[in-house]
Design a protein around this ligand. Structure first.
Ligand code: E4P
Length: 218
């Protein structure tokens, strides 16, 4: 399973990269705004800074919503660095644009997916990644993980190469369950990735080992 970090914060990206388990980064306009990044030049230069930290897979989202504008913006984003994956919303012009990009070997991440039908369209268009939003579905009393299960079955039925990127992950159970189901990627905030480290028996066990070592080595 690939781990992406869901943030535009450079310190958090660096921390996850230094842990040695990071495969990529997802950003979105809200995450860029949270870091105070605005204006095309600053946004593009921020993407470049992210690319300089990680090995690959930096999702950069288009703002455009009309076909020709999505194409233009996506191609500009893809020019920033070969690590860029163009993130395109699941709308009619977005699906058309994903098809265009896939024919030109520009990698895409189809975002804002909330149904199996949308996931099927993304795969048909040739999206590299397809992001169902688990947490936001849970927020409206639909089981987001059930959607991941459904999409896994559909993609396996037909051998679609589009990778399921579990997004809008809020806690470690979302991540573990996504791994059980067979999501190809999970994108999570840093605290979810580091949350995997935690177990009280690890802490108690380590304390005891070190105490026993000190007893005979002091
Ligand atoms: C990732 O690609 C998505 O933009 C992100 O996971 C959305 O998460 P949120 O629902 O916590 O905003």
């Amino acid at each position: 399973m690939k781990f992406f970090i869901d943030t535009a914060n450079l310190n958090e990206i660096l921390e996850a990269q230094e842990l040695g388990v990071l495969d990529g980064v997802t950003t979105n306009p809200s995450l860029m705004a949270k870091e105070g990044i605005s204006g095309k030049d600053k946004v593009f230069s921020h993407y470049k800074s992210i690319c300089n930290i990680v090995d690959d897979n930096v999702s950069a989202e288009v703002i455009a919503t009309e076909y020709q504008d999505i194409i233009r913006e996506g191609e500009e984003l893809a020019e920033i660095d070969e690590k860029i994956v163009v993130k395109v919303p699941m709308i009619k012009d977005g699906v058309r644009a994903i098809k265009y990009f896939s024919e030109r070997e520009i990698r895409t991440n189809c975002t804002l997916v909330f149904s199996a039908g949308q996931a099927l369209l993304a795969a048909k268009a040739g999206a590299t990644y397809m992001s169902p939003f688990i947490g936001r579905l849970d927020d409206v009393t639909y089981d987001g993980l059930k959607l991941i299960e459904q999409i896994r079955i559909i993609y396996d039925n037909y051998g679609y190469p589009t990778q399921i990127l579990a997004a809008s992950i809020r806690h470690t159970i979302h991540l573990i369950k996504s791994a059980e189901i067979g999501a190809d990627v999970a994108t999570c905030p840093l605290n979810v990735i580091t949350g995997l480290l935690k177990h009280p028996l690890t802490d108690i066990g380590l304390e005891k080992f070190l105490a026993d070592h000190r007893k005979v080595n002091s």
